[in-house]
Design a protein around this ligand. Sequence first.
Ligand code: NDP
Length: 476
Amino acid sequence: MAQMVIGGESVDALSHEFTDIYNPATGELVDRVPRGNAEDVRRAVSAAEEGFKAWSRTAPAKREAILMKGADLIREHLEEVATLLTKEQGKPLRDASIEVGRFAENLEFYAGLATKIRGEQVPLADPTKYGMIIRHPIGICGAIVPWNFPVSLMGNKIAPALAAGNSIIVKPASTTPLAAIRCIEILNEAGLPAGTLNIVTGPGGAVGEEMLVNPKIRKIAFTGETGTGIHVMEAAAREMKRVTLELGGSDPTIVCDDADLAKAAAMISIGRFFNCGQACLAVKRLYVFESVADEFIDLMVGRANRLKVGNGLTQGTQMGPLHTATQRDEIEAMVEDAKKRGADVLAGGERITGEGFDNGNFYKPTLLVNVDPDSRVVREEAFGPALPIFRVKDLDDAIEQANRSEYGLGSSIWTTSMAKAHEAAERIEAGYTWVNDLHVAYDELPFGGVKHSGVGKEHGVEAMDFYLESKSIVMA
Ligand code: NDP
């Protein structure tokens, strides 16, 4: 049975209660994890205080070496961790392997930055004195992670936090703790001082809440739903904690009349159906120029119907089940709502049943046209494999409709015109715009949303700023 990691030790919850973890493809029990609560978080905070003392005084080059070793060890255990991830989350094993590989790359990216943290010397008006700005770690950080990318979204938080010299406590989603626990065990084996990197499993309402209110945790890095994010920000404000919030999205994609339609259809299909549509950066609204709409929609329908859906552990599976029955109910309700408002279903629009499917949360890749823009699948974050398609007159029309959303995370445009690409990149309200590309949020580029999609950045050199405090010093 999996255990939490506190102070470098594998431990059960003080309550000795457990939570069962089920496979979303088969309904089978995968493992049990401790059901921690506020007391366990306080125990982790005490351990993280000790961890911080040791780690913040560890030479940057040694921090780099330990994180690099951690990345190597993760790669050595890639298959084991990826298999756990598929079993608890549902995604195809190939995608789980990519996610674990990305985690290792992310660790390496930030390991390299551990030795590049700089301060400044600043000339002052009084020539007998000089000013300095030094940068030091914040202290104990908390990472609250969702279930859709339990490993890579954890990496986005722990890698810069550790490179900067902080200690950290991770709270994984209640339904996906297993791969995260294994990663943290492995990283502890790389030589982190005890208490530097901890994981406490348990419900958001208990473990997460204590992390928000505990005054010793100085920073919260949260990824999850916008509603939860608002609560995190409000609660953290009472203790003047720093927060970075990576929240929901409803990414638009625009297909222009001069685009490479076959490439766009191939990439957008991946962009919508990857991880069974359960990605913050998934394509969630498609705007296609009227003059190429019929041809393009045919290509999309062909791709949706050919997608191989099944158990993530079966070779060749391209799309797994929804993560939970609730998630499937939600996407089903959104499709039904769109249909009631007049939408036509061109592909999918129903559950998948039969042998191998009946015990899992499967739903067909779904394409909708003639969709009322007030439908839930357009207004809300559709976290499942359903894509509404809209015909637009021109780029102006497309951008205007694309911006009609409370979210602003990712976006994309397909065109061979530099002028159109520039215009869209300038005018779409989002933290990211891909031109003739999709999916990869590079470690090198800062990533984060505008509007209701979040506050602050992960990835990039910029992410380090969210884990460092600056201090001004005057020397007389
Ligand atoms: P939730 O907001 O429900 O949960 C996210 C995490 O918060 C979980 O660990 C959850 O724990 C925890 N949590 C829940 N309630 C509280 C609380 N009161 N206090 C502290 N922590 C709490 O999101 P989902 O799990 O549904 O994740 C999907 C969402 O994540 C989507 O909206 C998606 O768009 C977004 N996301 C955003 C990304 C971005 O970078 N912008 C990237 C990927 C996803 P528990 O599981 O125990 O409830």
